[in-house]
Write a protein of this length. Structure first.
Length: 416
């Protein structure tokens, strides 16, 4: 009798306490709302001060016309007005007094318009520069503020991959994100304890059932080996032995299902081609007896995982493909390859027509297609459930698709 693996142990109690006492002054708590208000209010105030200072400097520069006045009055035999910015007033001899005053007004208006245009263009450039700086600074600060959410998301993804041992354990100010992380850790703790208790129960129950079943099998084999036993007793013993064997398969399947629900901790390189070849060799005799031809090409496809559990995937799929086949002229095709960076195991077969709405039911425990839950010699109804559980534990998935004309195409995808 093979050694039974030890049942999973209960996870240790957390070293942190998610239920913290309420602070004496709740309104002083540095919540996310207060922190974001202070952050973005301060950024707006700083940006306003910078923009106001730049506009003031630009306005002062625009109003400063230098040391030279707008026009000069030259003396001599006659008074003469000259201007570098207003050529119209240089020839005052040809201008009347109203024309001279109008030229001076036009010159001043022109200078004012030039100053305003320079102020507007430089202010827009300053605003554009401040906007770029503000967006960059805001993006960096938003990433810093929202970094705990990224940590929570990464932990949730790890937990979604069946790693319930992960915890966030977020440090920092006691705000809403800290409260969310602590609540999430507490939920994970309870989930891990619940799953571990369930797996421990299945493991212990399976272990306790294996011993009496093994004793029953031994007693039945001893009685069946007696040549003087009556024919009726021998027939009854064979029936009980077959029932006992089916019960042993059920117990082994429950134990394997409980083990495969765990995340695979120890991973080693496993070639799906070798796993598929071993499964084909084990089912070869049964396939010959049923007249089913097994074919297909197994290309190398190395994954990181548990070899025993991966072999169970291939064996269950090939066994189902052989057992649920047509009476004559049936075939099973087993192929492995690497597609788009993932290892793929495809098992397709001839067989009865499978409705598309029945596909999901095939992966449920103790469910078979249009057959009763008990009384079948084809298995105990855990094969595809075990395959799906093992595939999920390795970070992969399995899909089934009905073949045109009957049968199924089972496709297992695992990360390389």
């Amino acid at each position: 009798m093979a050694a039974t693996p030890a049942p999973p142990q209960a996870p240790p109690k957390p070293t942190w306490d998610p239920r913290r006492p309420e602070p004496p002054f709740p309104w002083l708590r540095p919540t996310i709302r207060i922190r974001l208000t202070l952050l973005y209010g301060g950024m707006f105030l700083i940006a306003g001060i910078l923009l106001l200072s730049i506009i003031y400097l630009l306005a002062a520069q625009a109003l400063n016309t230098g040391n030279e006045p707008l026009f000069k009055i030259a003396g001599g035999d006659s008074i003469k007005v000259t201007s570098d910015n207003c050529p119209a007033v240089n020839n005052t001899s040809n201008l009347t007094l109203p024309e001279f005053n109008a030229a001076i007004s036009d010159c001043i208006d022109h200078q004012r318009q030039v100053a305003l245009d320079n102020l507007l263009s430089r202010s827009l450039l300053a605003l554009l520069g401040l906007a770029v700086i503000a967006f960059a600074f805001g993006y960096a600060m938003a990433g810093r503020v929202l970094s705990p959410l990224g940590r929570i998301t990464r932990t949730a993804r790890a937990v979604a991959g069946s790693d319930l041992s992960r915890r966030i354990e977020l440090d920092g100010p006691d705000d809403e994100l800290k409260e969310l992380a602590d609540t999430f850790d507490e939920m994970l703790e309870r989930l891990q304890r619940a799953f571990t208790a369930q797996q421990r129960f299945v493991g212990n129950a399976s272990h306790e059932l294996r011993t009496p079943l093994a004793i029953n099998r031994t007693l039945l084999e001893v009685h069946l080996s007696d040549p003087n036993a009556p024919v009726e007793l021998q027939q009854l013993g064979k029936t009980l032995l077959a029932t006992n064997e089916r019960s042993e398969q059920l117990v082994e399947g429950l134990l394997l299902l409980a083990r495969s629900d765990n995340q695979i901790v120890e991973r080693k390189p496993v070639d799906l081609a070798e796993v598929a070849e071993q499964a084909v060799d084990q089912v070869h005799g049964e396939a010959l007896a049923k007249g089913v031809v097994i074919r297909g090409e197994q290309k190398p496809a190395v994954v990181q995982g548990n070899g025993v559990l991966l072999e169970r995937i291939a064996l269950n799929l090939v066994q189902n493909a052989v057992r649920y086949n047509v009476p004559e002229g049936g075939w099973v095709e087993v192929a492995t390859e690497v597609q788009h960076g993932q290892a793929v195991l495809v098992v397709s077969n001839t067989g009865p027509v499978v409705p598309a709405y029945e596909i999901d039911n095939l992966f449920e425990p103790f469910r078979r297609l249009r057959t009763e839950r008990t009384g079948s010699d084809k298995g105990v109804g855990l094969g595809l459930s075990i395959v799906r559980s093992v595939a999920r534990a390795h970070g992969g998935h399995i899909s089934a698709q009905p073949r045109e004309g009957g049968g199924l195409v089972m496709r297992v995808t695992l990360p390389v």
